[in-house]
Write a protein that binds this ligand. Sequence first.
Ligand code: 9YT
Length: 136
Amino acid sequence: MVLIRRIEDLCGTEREVDNGNWTSRRLLLAGDGMGFSLHDTLIRAGTTTEMQYRHHLEAVYCIAGKGRVEVVDTGKVFEICEGTVYALNGNERHLLTADTEMRMVCVFNPALVGPEVHDENGIYPLLHATEQGVGQ
Ligand code: 9YT
């Protein structure tokens, strides 16, 4: 069955997750059975967020805005603007800075279940979807 979902349908629901620096609109989640999750994320202008996805691979495609990502271990900085993708294929700890509001299309493997927010180390827990909802 083809799944159709629109960003406006997610506003104010549990699929819209806000951590202060960003708002993630989670279009596809583990329960949708695609094997990845797909998010439309807005990063607020002037913010820097430290993150590390220890349990997930993430690709981030910028479709609007300007900023940069710094890989903490190497100090390498990559400028990000519309049309740029970065893929964290080594679970790298990184800093994302938004000069202007950035709109990012993010794909996670394994798929996020839904309620994940960063812990104090910028990490998402590895949750499992259950028939009842979220399990650990
Ligand atoms: C670009 C990035 O990693 N932002 C943090 C939010 C995350 N992408 C999400 O949960 O959508």
